[in-house]
Write a protein that binds this ligand. Sequence first.
Ligand code: SF4
Ligand code: SF4
Length: 375
Amino acid sequence: MEAVSLVRCEEYHQATVEKGVHEAVRLLGGWDKFVKRGDKVLIKPNLLTGAPPEKGVTTHPSLVRAVVLQVKEAGGIPTIGDSPMFSSSLVRAADKAGLKEVADHYDVRLVEFDESIEVDNPYEGTFRRFEIAKQVFDFDVIVNLPKLKTHSQMLLTLAVKNLFGCVVGRKKVQWHFKAGTDRLYFARMLVELYRTIGPQLTIVDGIVAMEGNGPQSGRLRELGLILAGRECVALDMVIAHLLGLEPLLLPTTFVAKEMGIAPVDIGEIKILGEELNKVAVDDFQFPSYSTMAWNIPYWLQRRLKRYLTPLPSVELSKCTLCHRCLEACPTGAVSDSNSQMIINYDKCITCFCCQEACPEGAIQLQGRWLMRLMS
Ligand code: SF4
Ligand code: SF4
């Protein structure tokens, strides 16, 4: 039976976070179960872009610091690594997100994922091989540190989705292009990628989460939780459940169930620490016009996809013409026409990379007529 630990942690005060991380891992058997003396340990935070910790976009430096310290105490050699989607360099993003200070203070290497290698998918699946950052395979142990946030396409970005950061830079955009409008294809790629990378431990920063228009422009939401587990799909299922969402409405969980690797239901996951129902929230805000949040079964979503997928639209009053949306768009659907950002909906595959990239929250999701009727 898969186990997930659930620990209350109300603030980012360093001592409180260290205690919370220690307890979350102790409930799973302790650091010794994951890290042996001399192990090279990759710590993979969510470093989507260079944003200050108080924005809630990236894994908080207090949590990363706690993990660095505890990996060292267990005898491991920690390194922090990622490939930020919307920053020119890891060091720049880490500096803004407060992680460079952690790395400098504890003499920890920051490793930019900047070189891809082809890796065979060791399991039977849809994808025979992936291009993954070469650096990921230089380590004995991977500790995955996602931030609990909403995501317009995948509904939430949690344990499984955080590993997409192991795909180098702009190669991420190619996956969006390949998936086109098929959200489940993209979800399947994420699940198979997660299994290929195979992190040994995941610790989720759910102390201050992001709800609404995530993963960059949503509202902060204090949940006061640290969650940990070995198995990312089970962890994501527990988080969905505590946020009031049927876990199978997460595309990655749905696909994992089709693949036969997800627990049948939440009752098959052993919850350690806090009682799930005592920390559950019933008013968490999912992205606007999220079809999944309406609890529509996938077979119907597939048939009505054209009518149930929102479209991105630019709120000109918020737009600073930074062009990040244009650079992020895999299909060239975004252009600057006389200092006004325009989206060509004939080319749009509704991947929402533009919305994810926009630092101003200027790209909103606009519901189609059926969605407006249902909301
Ligand atoms: S316009 Fe936005 S949602 Fe549409 S394809 Fe481009 S990035 Fe994706
Ligand atoms: S990313 Fe946002 S602010 Fe920048 S050009 Fe696009 S819509 Fe405007």
